[in-house]
Design a protein around this ligand. Structure first.
Ligand code: DAH
Length: 364
């Protein structure tokens, strides 16, 4: 065996014995590096006669290639072993039960929901509910929005596969549908609010395909527009916790109310900051109006005897405004970091001492 063969065998053995990538690399450097043993030996080629040099050169190259190949194979083995060891080390037992959160949070949307229900509750409104899956009649037709009415296009409706009497079911685009369901069941006086989910094909920082509204409806013999204004003004003052809020009612259009209005509240928008209740700018907050006689008729209520008002508020928008939440999409991501930041603590439970304390703030 030539000297070169012996050297090759020794180096291959060293490569095989390397137990880490660092070991392997030092073998590579010691053999093929700038000052490596093979590199040094190759320098002797220059002093050889041309025929001798050719043969020796081929031998050296064969050794170099064999070593490089062995190093590459070993490197792959070591890398794989390292990944396997890491996977074993960091294995997650997915059968373990989730670690409980020590303290849950109330979602800012449900905080807002509770506040709104409490305020209208004190004014004598009852909570009514209706199904998320609606039919065309309750969501549109009975609300004075017949087929081909342009107002239908204001709401990008999700249609479902199921149908009844040739009409496809939908997911409701507005809680106004519950006005009809309430008046079908109940004779006036009616005084309800309807908090609930609504759906439209829309998605950006201030719109989600599923969102929440609160509908309000009063029907009796003498309710008039002044009541509507008083009721909603009182609501925004209480909700935003302000002694006074400038309000204005702008003429608008909804098929189910006549006259219809949009309610704006006073605000300022200086330096990119929105402040409610001060300044000389306006912020749209809800839609409202006097219930259209056709809506009453659709529910077999005589519009010559009864009248009332209705309103619809975006609940998510109220939460965003009151609690300075810039992006609606995060509401529905179930990101614990977000909930911890924006959520509310329900109760303060002292870690020592006895009993529960109910005195803690429910604010962030
Ligand atoms: N349903 C309307 C919407 O989703 C909101 C609305 C406006 C409801 C005026 C009402 C109302 O009851 O009177 O855009």
């Amino acid at each position: 065996m030539s000297e070169l063969d012996t050297l090759q065998t020794q180096l291959l053995q060293q490569i095989e014995n390397a137990s880490t990538l660092a070991d392997l690399d030092s073998v590579r450097v010691s053999a093929l590096g700038k000052k490596g043993i093979i590199t040094e030996k190759m320098k002797s080629l220059g002093a050889m006669a041309p025929e001798e040099r050719k043969a020796a050169g081929q031998q050296f190259n064969a050794v170099k290639n064999a070593l490089a190949e062995a190093i590459e194979t070993k490197k792959q083995q070591l890398e794989e072993a390292e990944i396997n060891a890491r996977l074993a080390r960091e294995a997650v037992d997915i059968t373990l039960p989730a670690r409980p959160e020590k303290q849950g949070r109330i979602h800012p949307l449900y905080q807002t929901y509770d506040e709104v229900v409490a305020i209208f509750g004190q004014m004598g409104f009852e909570v009514a509910e209706g199904p998320d899956i609606e039919d065309d009649f309750h969501n549109f037709t009975a609300l004075n929005t017949p087929k081909n009415h342009p107002a239908r296009q204001m709401q990008d409706t999700f249609y479902l596969n199921g149908e009844e009497n040739g009409e496809k079911f939908i997911v409701r685009t507005q809680t106004s549908a519950v006005q009809i369901r309430t008046m079908e069941k109940q004779t006036p006086p009616v005084r309800v609010i309807v908090p609930g989910r609504t759906y439209r094909c829309d998605y950006d920082a201030t719109h989600a395909p599923m969102f929440h509204q609160v509908e309000g409806l009063i029907v009796d013999k003498e309710t008039n527009m002044a009541h509507l204004k008083g009721c909603l003004t009182e609501f925004v003052k209480t909700f935003f916790e302000l002694d006074d809020v400038p309000v204005r009612f702008r003429p608008s259009f909804f098929p189910f109310t006549e006259p219809s209005a949009e309610m704006d509240i006073g605000c300022s928008r200086t330096g990119g900051e929105l402040k409610i209740g001060v300044g000389n700018d306006w912020l749209e907050i809800l839609g409202c109006g006097m219930v259209h006689p056709n809506v009453l008729k659709a529910c077999h209520i005589d519009p010559d005897v009864y009248q009332g008002f209705a309103f619809g508020i975006g609940l998510d928008r109220l939460a965003m405004l009151k609690y300075a939440i810039p992006d609606l999409r995060m509401f529905f991501e179930s990101d614990m970091r977000w909930i911890k930041h924006y959520g509310f603590v329900a109760l303060d439970i002292p870690s020592t001492g006895s009993g529960l304390s109910m005195t803690g703030g429910n604010k962030r």
